[in-house]
Design a protein around this ligand. Structure first.
Ligand SMILES: [Zn+2]
Length: 168
């Protein structure tokens, strides 16, 4: 699944047949073969902190939603059904996401596929500065709960659409 960095999050969020895009949640690192992305170095401090965030079930969430596979490693995967692709070689994949509050704004959240660390290390991907800063400043002991945030947003948006408010 490809989303440009900083797009409103709309991965699998539906109300009846309408897609919902969470304006508060911005996608980071949803790369795909054939789409350009920003490259550059990131610091060790950022990578270490990012790694720690995978250990937190309040940041590293939603493990049951199918696979993301790295079609940058193997372009032949790009047009295959994600579920059916199989290969004797190692396929980089992830099935979950990191949900991280922005350090710029209490109204902003970043959602990255768990593959983001692989993209950074193997494919030189460089996330936006504000994401890097937010990871570095995130307090692992905070009461942030990304899973709960996802559930709340989905319920709020569905409720607004049910009441016939504007589409998202
Ligand atoms: Zn790869």
């Amino acid at each position: 699944m490809y989303f440009p960095d900083m797009s409103p999050y709309s991965y699998g969020t539906w109300y009846r047949e309408q897609s919902i895009a969470f304006q508060e949640v911005r996608t980071i690192g949803w790369l795909k073969q054939g789409f350009t992305y920003s490259k550059g170095k990131v610091g060790d401090r950022f990578l270490q902190k990012l790694q720690q965030m995978y250990q937190s079930p309040r940041v590293h969430i939603r493990g049951m939603r199918g696979y993301h596979q790295c079609d940058l490693c193997d372009p032949s995967l790009a047009n295959k059904d994600q579920q059916s692709a199989s290969s004797p070689q190692q396929i980089w994949r992830g099935s979950s996401e990191l949900w991280i509050p922005s350090s710029m704004s209490s109204q902003l959240i970043y959602a990255a596929p768990s593959m983001i660390r692989h993209y950074i290390i193997a494919h030189e991907y460089r996330p936006p500065d504000e994401f890097i800063q937010s990871v570095q400043e995130f307090d692992l002991n905070s009461d942030w709960d990304g899973e709960e945030m996802y559930s709340q947003l989905l319920e709020q948006y569905r409720d607004r659409m049910r009441r016939g408010e504007k589409r998202f």
